[in-house]
Write a protein that binds this ligand. Structure first.
Ligand SMILES: Nc1ncnc2c1ncn2[C@@H]1O[C@H](COP(=O)(O)OP(=O)(O)O)[C@@H](O)[C@H]1O
Ligand SMILES: O=C(CO)[C@@H](O)[C@H](O)COP(=O)(O)O
Length: 506
């Protein structure tokens, strides 16, 4: 048997799954962990939690599928992007990792832009402007704020690459994930020596980078034994979770857009060459397909907003198993008409990235009246999240990038109401696929390609990914949403200055 393992080091948890060479999912498992917020706007995780979750989920899927060690031929790794794992000379972490949604690096973004010779010069070097979530500002933050710890750092790894190091003992990364460090020359697909030099960063801090299906090492003997696998098991470069999710959604050609509602919200389009939003609102990154790129818009607190709402506000869910709480809490929202009775929610609970790169943006309900209930508010949270995604879609459409089909994914898109809202708010039918596991599935396919089961990623996607069902636009709901969208857009503009003042008090 030839089996392939996909591991996705997500924000809410790590997911592992095992597929066979036809792409059939044999077993999957998830282990959750917390995201720490030591101060407003700061987000951190302990890389040891990722490792423990990796071991637990891999052992579980191997056991569930009754796989023999030699069956599992290759592993693909995916993970939350941009996070910084700082390792010392003995490969010990010097502090918890700063995550993709951490907002503490405003000063460092300015420093990078200035050292690069301005925003235009920076975009020329690495295709993107400096944003607080990216990795380079995190490295400078450590140098500026915790210099003793910085002096100990010998390697900086992205989350999935830290898991690779523990699996194989090798330092390596891939092009798609490396794009989100702000240190990769995205056009040439190599580290930007020019920017590293301007930032006075040692290039040796970074691992070598590979294309996504390339083999970067094999399991160490100790790890193979711990996981019930073989030392012949290869580990391919893999991809950042957005590109991995796009592979898992079969987004390997122009005209197809994939959305993901995870903790973050992502709107992802494939491009055959580097394409840019002149205003820098969309990211231009390498795709996990050789010689291909993508553009995407990212919202920081999408599924995260509903999670916050349910964990902190919605009462009466204590007796309901954790996995069923979202459905229970959103059932009452489905009873409310589209538009939530004119109530808007801005999902900027931890600042925002696309289209408002603004760490000071904050969440808000606007338009409350005495007739509104908790159900209206739950619905408004869900609608606000999709309005934020429509902001990215409007930019993509304005750049004349074709969007012939929208494929929805992520934990949030499993919810039928959120799926319908995406069709209604985007004003375009959306489809779901047979493979619903997104990033973990995408990197399992990359592992299959790396092992030679398929000649190319495109071929692997064509053979394994099919449209399962279509959710059609409800015209009445869509026109209610169209009426609310410009109001939603105006609210950020109206509240921007107040958000600044509020953030300074927090
Ligand atoms: N049944 C559900 N209904 C609505 N939302 C859900 C449901 N299950 C998960 N979610 C949403 O999905 C998010 C997690 O998605 P996932 O893709 O697993 O995230 P991540 O990659 O960030 O770990 C949660 O924050 C939650 O908002
Ligand atoms: O910042 C980004 C992409 O630029 C996020 O998409 C992270 O990669 C985390 O994703 P989830 O854990 O929410 O899926």
């Amino acid at each position: 048997m030839a089996y392939y393992l996909g591991i996705d080091v997500g924000t809410s948890g790590t997911k592992s799954l095992l597929i066979d060479a036809t792409g059939k999912v044999l077993a999957e498992a998830v282990a959750e962990y917390p995201m720490h917020q030591p101060k407003p706007g700061w987000t951190e995780q302990d890389p040891e939690d990722w490792w423990q979750a990796t071991v637990a989920t891999v052992r579980k899927v191997v056991r569930k599928a009754k796989a023999k060690p030699a069956d599992v031929r290759a592993i693909g790794l995916s993970g939350q992007m941009h996070g910084s794992v700082f390792l010392d000379a003995k490969n010990k972490v010097v502090r918890p990792a700063l995550l993709w949604n951490d907002q503490r690096t405003v000063a460092e973004c300015d420093e990078i832009t200035q050292r690069a010779g301005g925003r235009k010069a920076l975009i020329k070097m690495v295709a993107n402007p400096a944003l607080t979530g990216f990795t380079a500002p995190k490295i400078l933050w450590l140098r500026n704020n915790e210099p003793r710890k910085f002096d100990k750092v010998r390697k900086v790894l992205l989350p999935k690459d830290e898991i690779r190091r523990r699996l194989t003992g090798e330092f390596a990364g891939d092009m798609s994930d490396a794009s989100g460090t702000l240190l990769l020359d995205v056009v040439k697909r190599q580290w930007s020596k020019k920017l590293l030099s301007k930032l006075e960063l040692d290039p040796d801090l970074l691992p070598p980078v590979f294309e996504s299906e390339q083999v970067t090492g094999q399991l160490t003997a100790a790890v193979a034994e711990e996981l019930g696998l073989s030392t012949d098991c290869k580990v391919v470069a893999g991809a950042g979770d957005c590109a991995a999710g796009a592979i898992g959604n079969g987004v390997v050609e122009r005209g197809v857009l994939s959305t993901s509602i995870g903790t973050s919200g992502v709107m992802f389009v494939h491009s055959d060459q580097p394409e840019y939003d002149a205003e820098g609102r969309l990211h231009t990154f390498c795709h996990a397909v050789h010689g291909q790129w993508h553009m995407m818009g990212v919202n920081l607190t999408s599924g995260g907003s509903l999670q916050w709402w349910i964990d902190n506000v919605v009462q009466g869910l204590a007796g309901i198993p954790k996995g069923k709480r979202y459905e229970a809490a959103t059932a009452e929202a489905a009873e409310i008409a589209a538009g939530s009775g004119g109530l808007s929610f801005l999902p900027y609970l931890n600042g925002e990235r696309t289209p408002h790169a603004d760490p000071s943006a904050r969440g808000a309900f606007v338009g409350l009246n005495l007739t509104h209930t908790r159900a209206h508010m739950t619905r408004a949270v869900m609608e606000g999240v999709v309005f934020a995604m429509r902001d990215s879609l409007e930019i993509i459409r304005s750049l004349n990038v074709p969007v012939d089909q929208i494929r929805v994914s992520g934990g949030g898109s499993k919810n039928p109401l959120w799926k319908q809202m995406q069709a209604d708010i985007f004003g375009q039918n959306v489809v779901t696929l047979n493979a619903e596991q997104g990033p973990a599935y995408g990197v399992a396919l990359l592992a299959a390609v790396g092992d030679g089961a398929y000649d190319s990623i495109g071929e692997a996607c064509k053979a394994t990914i099919q449209v399962k069902e279509q959710t059609k636009v409800d015209r009445k709901a869509a026109s209610a949403m169209d009426a609310l969208f410009p109001i939603y857009q105006d609210l950020y503009v109206a509240l921007k200055d107040s958000f600044q003042k509020i953030a300074s008090l927090q």
